[in-house]
Design a protein around this ligand. Structure first.
Ligand SMILES: Nc1nc2c(ncn2[C@@H]2O[C@H](COP(=O)(O)OP(=O)(O)O)[C@@H](O)[C@H]2O)c(=O)[nH]1
Ligand SMILES: [Mg+2]
Length: 308
């Protein structure tokens, strides 16, 4: 047998952004003889973890939260439609690792090992888990409200009986700072967290620039009008900071945006799960979208990441 090339992919994203579900759906498709796009050629390691993920996707049940230490040491050889075969190292990294990097400034060995070895990245964002930045206009309004209520409190307590003093205290409030909660990085907007993570990742992989990076918008079925908007438009409108960062740093990240629906629909309630299962096996429910919004097989994002 000829020598196989090996790719090492790091699935990255904040917690609950669809990484494990994507992996489970890919596994399920690779096992399905009726899906020619992707198939399993060989496997080394413990299959049971991937099997569990695949079963959850097939049965439309919620995946357990990926623990920081789950699934290690599996090596999967995948074949694709045009007989291209590749050995893939694809640990299912917990989103907590990225959280710890951004929020606690702590790089866990497991993440640094995965990033040291990775020559490809798949960066997941979930449309329902986007915290938008507070606009300057909104921030001003919050300041104003805080000031007004502080003055109100003073007037009520009788400590600002004269108008002049109230005006004076308004001036001092705007000069000093009203008593606002201090900034915490946990509350930073999603784009800021991702940009921060990418800056660290770029630094760690400096010797491998540009890092090939699929930006995967997961749960595409939950996007407003999923057939009207493209993944590229979605990223530019919901996470414009992240989109511009990637565009401006092409020497660090060679990226492409995809949408994926690795479940095919929501599965939070028993009715949703039943409706989803009624649509048939995994192959009949799941799909991918190119950056321009063209429907493609679910495995396309992974395939782009793997092959040059
Ligand atoms: N509607 C829908 N929900 C999804 C899809 N993929 C993942 N999810 C949901 O997103 C949440 C997080 O998924 P999970 O794969 O566990 O995220 P991880 O923490 O990044 O591994 C779960 O509630 C999933 O059910 C999808 O294609 N469609
Ligand atoms: Mg997970």
């Amino acid at each position: 047998m000829r020598d196989l090339s090996t790719a090492r992919v790091a699935l990255l994203g904040l917690p609950r952004t669809g990484k494990s579900t994507y992996l489970g759906a890919i596994w399920q498709l690779a096992q399905d003889p009726q899906v020619p796009d992707i198939y399993e050629v060989d496997f080394r390691g413990d299959r049971s973890y991937l099997q569990r993920l695949g079963d959850s996707v097939a049965r439309c049940t919620e995946l357990e939260h990926t623990e920081v230490d789950s699934s290690e040491g599996m090596q999967l050889t995948l074949g694709f439609q045009d007989s291209r075969t590749i050995r893939v190292d694809i640990p299912d990294l917990s989103g907590e690792l990225l959280n710890q990097l951004v929020e606690d400034r702590h790089l866990q060995t497991r993440l640094s090992d995965a990033l040291d070895a990775a020559d490809r990245l798949a960066l997941f964002v979930h449309p329902e888990k986007v915290d938008e930045p507070i606009s300057i206009a909104a921030a001003k309004q919050i300041l104003l409200l805080a000031q007004t209520s502080a003055i109100g409190a003073e007037v009520e307590s009788g400590s600002a009986l004269e108008d002049e003093r109230a005006v004076g205290s308004a001036a001092s409030l705007s000069a000093e700072k009203p008593d606002l909660p201090s900034f915490s990085i946990q509350k930073a907007c999603t784009a800021a967290k991702y940009i921060d993570a990418l800056e660290n990742i770029a630094n760690l992989g400096r010797d491998r620039w540009p890092l090939k990076t699929a930006v995967i918008v997961s749960a595409w079925d939950t996007v407003d009008q999923p057939d009207e908007i493209s993944p590229e438009e979605w990223l530019s409108s919901r996470l414009p900071g992240l989109a511009s960062y990637l565009e401006a740093n092409a020497e660090m990240f060679h990226h492409r945006i995809f949408g994926v629906s690795a479940l095919g629909g929501r599965c939070h309630t028993p009715e949703q799960r039943e409706a989803l299962r009624a649509r048939g096996p995994v192959r009949d429910r799941v799909y991918g979208k190119t950056s321009a919004g063209i429907q493609v097989p679910l495995s396309m994002a992974l395939e782009w990441t793997l092959f040059d």
